[in-house]
Design a protein around this ligand. Structure first.
Ligand SMILES: *Cc1c(COP(=O)(O)O)cnc(C)c1O
Length: 373
């Protein structure tokens, strides 16, 4: 690989693309005299609701993890029941179920998509009568079978929550994420496609659940019947999960360029796939031509992964492992997930963010193909 000259800068996994309007929007918040949960957060929610890149009736919170937990609470998942979670995900997907005093049962995944395997889910549902919910993750932005999950949810009377931390701008069967019938949780963490630093939102198919979630995200406080003698009521205890206007100002700026940033991500995904097609690198991709990844990550599967990652690193190319299988962590889950275990030994996620050029993608592909040859 020595005859190739690496590009000047290192090719990184993430680069925050901070919109220029962020500073003006932040200045406005600081000068307004109020920096907590307020009008800017409400504006951010209205703007989020006006795109079809994510679910309906968004409720802004302070992390994707909080969004997932609030989703379980709002869905009325009973404490003491069991929640099915795919083994190939970030720890939050499972830890929120434990926080909700539920037991976690790990479902295995499909090697082709990295997503939860509905056959595995059905096996668990047949064997375990106390399952009340499934949290499905749209891994790397590749959509899960939302209709299949919905069928299982009806047949077995369980709730489906979608972990959409990677799925902003994804499409399933040609339809946008806003058309899903399920509660969805999004993350606006520093590494995600819409990045405010720390933040997230939970979305609902109906407005009434969103109204309740807006109380629950701020300790359950309801100021609807406020009077001189009564500052607020608490009809139901909640959590300290609300977003504030500082993060919302950054979110509004991020939303401005979001369509074009997502387009850039999709063109990078396409380029990776074109250049790696026919090579020994195994692509992880959508199950159906009408599905579309929002392009959060580009996972590929290779043999001898550690050596390949080291060689990429010495060529100036950063990479990541999404994810270590959850069975390896102390979450009390014991069911074997062999496909997820194998996937996590083979997977490399390649650099993708809106500031990467297609030439840099070509460079990554050339180096990767050399490494695996
Ligand atoms: C990032 C992420 C989360 C959690 O989001 P935070 O905003 O960091 O709390 C949850 N699930 C998945 C799959 C993630 O990648």
């Amino acid at each position: 690989m020595s005859q190739h000259v690496p590009p000047k800068s290192e090719i990184r996994m993430y680069r925050p693309q901070v919109e220029k309007s962020s500073l003006d929007r932040l200045r406005e918040v600081f000068e307004s005299g109020w920096i907590g949960l307020g009008p800017v957060t409400e504006k951010f929610e209205q703007e989020l609701a006006s795109t079809d890149l994510l679910g309906k009736h968004p409720v802004a919170v302070n992390s994707g993890t909080a969004a997932l937990h609030l989703a379980l609470v709002a869905a009325g998942v009973p404490k003491g029941s069991a929640v099915i979670v795919p083994a190939n995900t970030f720890v939050s997907t499972a830890s929120v179920a434990l926080q909700h005093q539920c037991r976690v049962i790990l479902a295995d995944i499909e090697r082709a998509t990295g997503n939860i395997d509905l056959k595995s889910v059905r096996e668990i549902l047949e064997a375990e009568p106390d399952v009340s919910a499934i949290i499905a993750v749209h891994y790397s932005g590749i959509p899960c079978d939302i209709a299949g999950l919905n069928e299982l949810s009806k047949k077995y009377e369980v709730t489906v929550v979608e972990d959409c931390a990677h799925a902003i701008g994804s499409m399933w069967r040609g339809r946008p994420m806003s058309e899903s019938p399920h509660i969805q949780a999004y993350s606006f963490h520093a590494t995600k496609s819409l990045a405010v630093g720390e933040g997230g939102c939970v979305t609902f198919p109906d407005a009434a659940s969103a109204e309740r979630a807006k109380r629950l995200r701020r300790l359950g406080i309801d100021t609807g019947a406020r009077s001189w003698g009564n500052p607020y009521d608490i009809p139901e205890l909640g959590f300290k999960y609300n977003m504030g206007d500082i993060m919302a100002a950054i979110g509004l700026a991020q939303l401005e360029g979001l369509q074009s940033k997502l387009q850039k991500r999709r063109s990078i995904v396409r380029r990776y796939r074109e250049r790696l097609a026919g090579s020994p690198v195994e692509l992880v991709r959508e199950a159906d031509d009408s599905d579309r990844s929002g392009g959060f990550a580009v996972p590929v599967l290779v043999k001898d992964r550690e050596r390949v990652r080291k060689e990429l690193d010495s060529a100036g190319i950063e990479s990541e492992i999404y994810f270590r299988p959850l069975g390896e962590f102390p979450i009390g889950a014991s069911r074997p997930t062999p496909v997820a275990e194998r996937f996590s030994r083979d997977v490399i996620c390649l650099p993708i963010h809106p500031l990467i050029s297609l030439e840099e993608v070509d460079y990554v592909c050339d180096r990767l193909i050399e490494c695996v040859a």
